[in-house]
Design a binder for this molecule. Structure first.
Ligand code: NAD
Ligand code: UDP
Length: 319
């Protein structure tokens, strides 16, 4: 297949480009570098199965030649307002990538009668009242809350994707991605994994926001792209959660990182950066992914963090 991947210069997009090329496909990467970096695609430069178009997906998209699949991953993704790359500091761009970008990429898929895959998120469940989160849960989202520019853009994107499926008969799919980590995360986007790993490497206490009782479930990137690839190759149209159900609170997570990295400086409490909007519990129910895609994560947190630390050491100039 010739596959268009938007957000290709980002963390997940760059791993997906690699996965698709390794599976024998031809990839057209697209990105405007608003939160991503050309460094993430450096190793693909000169690869005959890869080409790149610098473009903002909020504007009309032209792809030369035929495409058989479109994967829409372009969007700021970090909630942290302390980082210039956090989506609360890029509110209009985030809404445009989720709304106009989804419309434009669906348009490309329709013009080519291509398979379409939307990168959605566990954030569409908001601060969930149902736990763990199944795909049937409608969510608990404040439409004008701090995270709403991201959450509502993704909810709109899901609705538009289903409309193209229902109205135009487009072959669409939706992946709801839960917290994923690994090499090529941006060091300064303020998400918890880059923050904790860098603090642990520097021998500093890890900054736990709020009371640290809020939970997340972290998936290593190779597991995630495997699940997404299976979804792309399937004929499923309804949303599918992909993530690791191994749930822990942020104090436990910080202690785990300190143990794996060998940091004895402990943790330090910081005021919650986003009062009232930090989802308190998050864990995917992955029954659908198991049944439909025969997928489940394989990489343990210990293995995944150990595979991620060298990347951060290198980017920090320590190797
Ligand atoms: P990222 O910031 O590393 O990558 C996003 C990429 O999209 C960047 O390269 C950025 O430059 C690009 N981009 C943003 N707006 C664009 C635009 N208008 N035009 C062209 N390119 C644009 O983030 P990520 O973690 O790789 O996330 C990728 C996708 O996966 C996002 O859609 C995000 O919502 C989704 N997602 C990620 C996670 C996660 O844990 N990493 C969880 C849920 C959902
Ligand atoms: N967090 C933290 N310390 C940090 C960064 C984040 O305790 O230095 C917490 C944050 O409050 C949230 C969790 O870690 O509860 C995950 O945050 P992240 O920004 O990675 O993504 P989210 O899952 O909130 O979208």
């Amino acid at each position: 297949m010739r596959v268009l991947i938007t957000g290709a210069a980002g963390f997940l997009g760059s791993h997906l480009c690699e996965k698709l090329i390794n599976e024998g496909h031809f990839v057209i990467g697209m990105d405007n570098f608003i939160t991503g970096s050309p460094d993430n695609l450096e190793h693909l430069a000169g690869n005959p199965n890869f080409t790149f178009i610098r473009h903002d997906v909020s504007n009309f998209i032209f792809v030369p030649g035929k495409v058989q699949a479109v994967m829409h991953f372009a969007s700021p993704a970090s909630p942290n307002p302390a980082s210039p790359y956090g989506y609360t500091n890029l509110p209009i761009q985030t809404m445009k990538a989720g709304a106009l970008g989804t419309h434009n990429t669906l348009g490309v898929a329709r013009a080519h009668n291509a398979r379409y895959l939307l990168a959605s998120t566990s954030e569409i469940y908001g601060d969930p009242l149902e736990h763990p989160q199944k795909e049937t849960y409608w969510g608990h989202v404040d439409p004008i809350g701090v995270r709403s520019v991201y959450d509502e853009a993704k909810r709109f994107a899901e609705a538009l994707t289903m409309a193209y499926h229902g109205y135009h008969g487009l072959n669409t799919s939706i992946v709801r991605i839960f917290n994923t980590y690994g090499p090529r995360m941006r060091l300064d986007d303020g998400r918890v994994v880059p923050n904790f790993i860098q603090q642990a490497i520097r021998g500093e206490p890890l900054t736990v926001y709020g009371d640290g009782q809020q939970t997340r479930s972290f998936c290593f990137v190779s597991d995630l792209v495997d699940g997404i690839y299976r979804l792309l190759m399937s004929d499923e149209h309804n949303p599918v959660n992909i993530g690791n159900p191994n749930e822990m609170n942020m104090i436990e997570f910080a202690q785990t990182i300190n143990r794996i990295v060998g940091n004895s400086s402990g943790i330090t409490s910081q005021p919650a950066l986003r009062l009232g909007d930090d989802p308190q519990r998050r864990r995917p129910d992955i029954t659908r992914a198991k049944e439909l895609l025969q997928w489940e994560p394989k990489v343990s947190l210990e293995q995944g963090i150990a595979l991620t630390v060298p990347y951060f050491r290198q980017k920090m100039g320590l190797e």
